[in-house]
Structures are given as C-alpha cells and as structure tokens.
Design a protein around this ligand. Structure first.
Ligand code: ADP
Length: 401
C-alpha cells in the first residue's frame, strides 16, 4: 500500500508518497503560489525532477495536478490512483480534542473547524486540503495528524497562563504547543538509539527550523514545550520574536500607536533573527555574514543560542533526571555552532559534548562523550514519515476492521 502525506498552506501543497510498510519514499513534491497567475510545481520521482509553471486556481486543482503527475511521470510513481491506500494530512491545531492521529470523519472536520479560531492562518488551508483530498481520493481513508497532539500530556501547571482562569475555561486560552509530530519522532528515535523503551526516556528535544521549539519529554511524553497558544512563544525564530514581555506589546500599541495588524506582522514576520540582524532570517546567510564580520548577524546568532540555552536549563530543572538532549530541524541538524554554544560549560550538569563528533556532517548520531551523563544526539526529523506511519496504521485497521 502507498500512503500520501499532504501539508497544505494557504497557497501551497507539499506532499510525499511512501511505500508502506517498508517506509521508502516513492515521490515528493511541492506546489507553490496556488491562486496566483502562475503557480510553480516541482516533483521528484526516482531522482527525476519535473518542474512546471502554470495557473492552479485552488487546492482541488492542485491535488488533481499532483495526481496526474504521479500517474504520468517517467517513471510514473503510481499506475493507478487506487494504489494510494491512505492520505495523511498535517493539521496544525487539534485544540484539546485530539491527542493522536485520527481517521477523518464529518465530526473530525467540524472539530478542526472549531479550532480555526485558535489557528486562523493554518487550520483553514489544512481544512481546504482535507476537503479537496476527500473529493480527489474518495476511494481511501483520510487521516489527520495534529501538531498539537503530542503535547496533550502537558500538565495544567505548565499549560495554564497566569491570567484570570475564565479565559481558559471560556476561550481555551492555554499553551497548546506545536511541532508535536517532530518532537515525538525524535524522542522515539532517541530512545531506540540509546537502547531504551519509548516510555523510559527523559529528554529535551530541540526542533530548530524556520519555526523553533523545545520540549521536555518525561517517560516518552511531552510535559512542557516552549510554543504556547500560538507558535509565537518561546525560542527566537527566523522572523518571530519568541518570548517577550507583554509590556513591550502594550508599549508598542499604546505609546507608539502601532495597530493590531501591524503588530501581528512585526512580531511574526519582522522580528527574530531577521529583526536583530537586519539582513536575513536564514541561518546560512547569518553564518556567512558573521564570517564577514557583520556584528548584527553575530548578535542575532548569539541571542538565538542564549535563548535556547535558557530553555534547556529550565527543562533540565523540570525533568530532574535527563537521559538525552536531541537536536533536529534545519538549524539543529546542520549548525554545530548552535549545539556547541547552547551546551557549552555544562559539565557540572552532566553534559560533555564531543567536539569532533559535533563538527561531523550528516545523519543520526550521538555527539556527546562517553562519560557525559546526558547523551546529546542529532536526529534528522521526518514529520511526513511519522504522519505516513500513523496513516498506514489507521488505514490498515480501518480495512481489516
Ligand atoms: P522548516 O521549519 O520550514 O521545515 P527547516 O527545518 O528546513 O525549515 O530549517 C530552515 C532553517 O535551517 C533555515 O534557517 C536554514 O538556513 C537552516 N539550515 C538548513 N540547512 C542548513 C545548513 N546546511 N547550514 C546552516 N543552516 C541550515
């Protein structure tokens, strides 16, 4: 059986096709600028890359284009659409309702619609993708995998904000956390690599991509995470501020008269690494600028590492006994400097990095010394594979049940 995973943004669809249960990647692709005059489409099958530009009106047309390309490429990724036995959708916000991936029903769709208020930028395109896929792939099971689901085990003391309690009970204002699929995946892989049961591992998992978050995992379950009601809280990110004194926002609004829409843009799109460096939100560019002596780029990098270090320290305190610290995401996997800076001089806490292993290139690996009480690992994340595994499991039991 093949499983298709779909990640829909407002104007994009990213997808991967896996052969299950072997977990091998058959095809992957990307459709961008949906709804614009020319959309961009790129697909890779068996190292053959196809790229086209043409208008694609909406997600329905996008999925049809993707299906045609899967069927018609040379070699074709599938010969018949029925080879696809399940479609797994990434859904950003599952509110308090979902603690795992589920088969999509009318009721599930209604609940995802309910949570739109909590993720107005993400859930609507996720839903558009689900509705389109139900039409295009009507023969098979559709599964929703939620970014928030892994964090449903966070206790009340960690998920509540200290504002009047009624805002939680009446409006659901609380920490939900995101990147759950990635945190869960790397925590499970870390347990395997360290020879532990998946519910025996205490770890701090650092997902450092365009968005960044860190999670405290006790006995294999999330017990705290840095992102909150929205993905704006916590670490410094490409263009998001992360933690900020709410007083700053009041100041910007009241004293400088910045309107709500502009504030939203400022905190989500103009802050973080971009805001401090003034040049880029992309870590590769910042590293290159730093080499050239750009002080602002250097400051952005140092601030990024400092914030991460503070969170790691906080979560060491939350967990007490800790087995592992795991780095993943574009920055976590590829930037030795970030790992080194965020963990330097922590021998007294039982963390001793192996400098050489830290510098080495790609792949899953342990980068701490043998005598380090806490193992440090780099584990490339694979959110789509995790979604595909969940979808396959649910599709399989759906068929046999
Ligand atoms: P997303 O969160 O969109 O999935 P990624 O996990 O790909 O993003 O992470 C993107 C970030 O990772 C960018 O800041 C990018 O510069 C950085 N990054 C990716 N590869 C490298 C690399 N080889 N060296 C340095 N930084 C990298």
């Amino acid at each position: 059986m093949k499983i298709l995973t779909i990640n829909c943004g407002s104007s994009s669809i990213k997808y991967k096709l896996f052969q299950m249960p072997g977990e091998s990647l058959v095809a992957k692709g990307l459709l961008e600028k949906i709804g614009e005059e020319t959309s961009f489409f790129r697909q890779e099958v068996a190292n053959q890359i196809t790229e086209t530009r043409r208008p694609v009106k909406n997600h329905d047309e996008g999925l049809k284009l993707i299906t045609e390309s899967l069927l018609s490429g040379s070699p074709p990724a599938i010969k018949d659409i029925r080879e696809i036995g399940g479609v797994g959708h990434r859904v950003v916000h599952g509110g308090e309702g979902f603690d795992r991936s589920v088969v999509i029903t009318e009721d599930v769709i209604a609940r995802i619609e309910e949570y739109q208020e909590l993720a107005p930028l993400h859930n609507p395109p996720n839903l558009a993708g689900i509705k389109a896929a139900r039409r295009v792939f009507s023969h098979c099971v559709q599964v929703a995998s939620f970014d928030t689901a892994f964090h449903r085990t966070i206790p009340e003391v960690a998920y509540l904000y200290a504002i009047p309690f009624r805002f939680y009970t009446q409006h659901g204002i609380r920490r939900y956390g995101f990147h759950g699929t990635s945190h869960r995946y790397v925590a499970r892989r870390a347990a395997e690599l360290l020879g532990k049961g998946k519910y025996d591992l205490n770890a701090i998992t650092c997902h450092l991509g365009n968005g960044c978050s860190v999670t405290a995992v006790r006995n294999g379950r999330s017990v705290d995470t840095s992102m909150g009601l929205t993905p704006l809280e916590g670490l410094i990110m490409g263009t998001r501020s992360g933690d900020i004194d709410p007083g700053v926002i009041l100041f910007l609004a009241e004293r400088l008269g910045i309107e709500m829409a502009a504030l939203n843009r400022l905190l989500n799109r103009e802050s973080g690494l971009l805001g401090i460096s003034g040049t880029s939100n992309d870590f590769r560019n910042l590293l290159a600028e730093r080499e050239k002596g750009n002080q602002q780029a250097n400051l952005a990098i140092e601030m990024f590492c400092y914030r991460l270090r503070k969170y790691i320290g906080a979560y060491l305190a939350v967990l007490g006994q800790t087995d592992a610290i795991v780095f993943t995401g574009g920055i976590g996997e590829n930037v030795p400097l970030v790992r080194e800076r965020s963990l330097s001089n922590l021998q007294s806490l039982g963390i001793i990095l192996d400098q050489q292993a830290n510098q080495e290139a790609k792949g899953e690996r342990i980068i701490s010394q043998k005598e380090s009480k806490i193992a440090v690992l780099v584990i490339p994340t694979d959110e789509e594979l995790r979604i595909a595994v969940d979808t396959y499991t649910l599709a399989h039991s759906h068929l046999s049940g």
